[in-house]
Design a protein. Structure first.
Length: 112
């Protein structure tokens, strides 16, 4: 199955696939431009060596879209590495931030 999987990706505005590592940031910028109500939440650990928080922040800051759409992106940072759930106090924060994000974006009445 692995050999049959097509991993090529054609970024928005291009006619040929990118033959290097896939970068979905242009897709996100296109989606946010198409739907200005789209909200994004970024959770990152300060000590994450796999996906460094500053690199993620920098990539988001460089999105090719209207600057006002940056207000639709929330950044949350935690004193952990790649696994946000390792430190109990950060797990509580991650959970609370995700719940708040979902409730603020689903536009449905909250029922318990």
């Amino acid at each position: 199955m692995g050999n049959d999987w097509n991993l090529l990706h054609t970024p928005p505005g291009q006619t040929t696939p990118a033959y290097i590592a896939t970068n979905v940031m242009p897709d996100l910028a296109a989606a946010m431009s198409y739907n200005p109500d789209l909200k994004v939440m970024v959770n990152a650990g300060y000590y994450d060596l796999a996906t460094p928080y500053y690199a993620a922040w920098y990539q988001f800051e460089q999105l090719p879209m209207q600057r006002k759409l940056m207000h639709n992106i929330q950044f949350h940072y935690y004193h952990v590495g790649h696994m946000l759930y390792v430190r109990p106090q950060d797990l509580v924060k991650v959970h609370a931030n995700i719940v708040t994000f979902i409730r603020s974006t689903d536009h449905e009445p909250v029922t318990h």
